[in-house]
Design a protein around this ligand. Structure first.
Ligand SMILES: *[C@@H]1O[C@H](CO)[C@@H](O)[C@H](O)[C@H]1NC(C)=O
Length: 201
């Protein structure tokens, strides 16, 4: 059964609401663990298209495949965030913006989800040309926390060496790789940089 745009919107709102409550899928006890973020983060080298290859299960993209994230610059100096996935054979996109809080740490907001809050987006490490490990953690009164990890790569099918490098980054931050799920990247459409007006690179 095909879902109408309205019902997908409703689902997105429901998921976004759940996300606001549970924050993420991998719960932990206590506050968010300390992680190391990339030093001297070079935003300009980070811009462009990234493919999601692995992540800690993240309810917002439940059931999606061929997931990409594209970063660009907005005229007002913020970072444009354009996420795309295929779900039930249809392309779904979400547009957000991010600001740099400090080196390797960004705050991301998505305009079309309710109860807007800024999600933290920590670039644990990246070589800009093959992989990035991104981490987000929210804690509730330092009692429980929820963690999300994404492994993003510049090609849809990275070599094992690239994946191993990302795993090493996770392990050195005390993040288990065993919760990772592989993103379905089979039978995806050819990906071209989006080229929406606000992208300037
Ligand atoms: C900057 O511009 C983007 C794109 O037009 C917009 O989504 C975002 O809300 C703006 N941010 C600020 C802080 O003005």
């Amino acid at each position: 059964m095909m879902m109408s745009v309205t019902s997908i919107r409703c689902l997105v709102i429901v998921f976004a609401t759940i996300l606001k409550i549970t924050k993420a899928q991998i719960p932990g006890i206590g506050g968010c663990p300390n992680v190391h973020v990339v030093q001297n983060f070079d935003l300009h080298r980070y811009l462009g298209l990234w493919y999601e290859v692995k992540k800690y299960p993240f309810i917002f993209t439940l059931g999606g495949k061929c997931i990409t994230a594209e970063y660009g610059l907005n005229a007002n100096g913020t970072v444009s965030v354009f996420n795309k996935q295929i779900r039930n054979g249809r392309e779904e996109t979400i547009l957000g913006s991010a600001r740099i809080i400090r080196s390797g740490v960004l705050g991301v907001t998505f305009s079309n989800v309710p109860f807007q809050t800024e999600a933290n987006y920590n670039v644990l490490d990246t070589d800009y040309q093959s992989y990035a490990v991104v981490y987000s953690c929210n804690s509730f009164l330092s009692l429980v926390n929820g963690r999300i990890v994404w492994i993003l790569t510049r090609t849809r099918f990275p070599s094992q060496a690239v994946i191993d490098k990302a795993y090493q980054v996770m392990r050195s931050n005390g993040l288990s790789t065993s919760y990772l799920a592989s993103t379905d990247n089979t039978d995806c459409p050819d990906e071209l940089p989006n080229g929406i007006d606000s992208f300037r690179y």
